[in-house]
Design a protein around this ligand. Structure first.
Ligand code: DER
Length: 223
């Protein structure tokens, strides 16, 4: 069976009546949203905060009520996907271009749950190029400073022009040879003028739901 569907649907089981739910972005959390839509039709009362325009549209289609931050105290649970998950549950995110709002939502959540198929699970982060959200102004200089940190940079394109995030920024995809200290790199990148944020989510995931080698659901808790 489809691993993304299994882990995505399992994540929906962590959502309880009355919760404010951070809604992630991507093809795994797509299944979480479908399940939550069914639960809402069956009477579950939740309020969602979407991490992208794409997720906002899907949630509205599914009848999931949406709120914005000025209407809530905090998020009870946020559910999202990831591009890579390390053995200590650090993440690379941003493959879907939604990392900035995803990180704001994940930070605001009492519990941050990641649903990831087994291919995302790695010993060490870095095979997936690290997405970095940058201001379009001066992107050439910002990229140079990222290169000085050891990353080779590639401006993300869509239909032959630079990809624009929901926030009107660019994404630079960065390949680092050495990502043994993601907690250091996450901070160093964000000190560069022009970097808005990056796809390293260090120490943020509380629970990671994945599939093990026996095709069973694995629930991993951050130590
Ligand atoms: O952009 C992101 O971080 C998304 O969560 C995304 O990369 C997850 O990927 P998926 O489509 O494989 O779930």
């Amino acid at each position: 069976m489809n691993e993304k569907k299994q882990v995505g649907e399992k994540a929906a089981d962590f959502v309880k009546d009355g919760m404010v739910v951070g809604l992630g972005t991507g093809s795994t959390v797509y299944y979480t949203l479908l399940k939550l839509g069914t639960f809402v039709q069956q009477g579950l009362s939740i309020r969602g905060i979407p991490s992208s325009i794409q997720t906002e549209k899907l949630a509205l289609e599914l009848g999931i009520p949406l709120v914005s931050f000025d209407e809530i105290e905090q998020i009870d649970v946020a559910i999202d996907g990831a591009d890579e998950v390390s053995s200590d549950l650090n993440l690379i995110k941003g493959g879907g271009g939604a990392l900035l709002r995803e990180k704001i939502i994940a930070k605001a959540a009492k519990t941050f749950i990641v649903a990831a198929d087994s291919k995302k699970m790695v010993n060490q982060l870095g095979s997936f190029p690290l997405p970095v959200e940058v201001l379009p102004f001066g992107v050439e200089m910002t990229s140079k400073y990222i290169q000085e940190l050891g990353g080779s940079t590639k401006l993300r394109q869509k239909d032959g022009i630079p990809y624009l995030t929901d926030n009107g920024h660019y994404i630079v995809d960065c390949s680092f040879q050495d990502l043994t200290h993601p907690e250091v790199l996450e901070k160093d990148l964000n000190l560069i003028p022009g970097v808005i944020d990056n796809g390293l989510f260090v120490g943020m995931a509380d629970i990671v739901i994945t599939m093990n080698a026996n095709q069973q659901i694995d629930i991993n808790l951050r130590k």
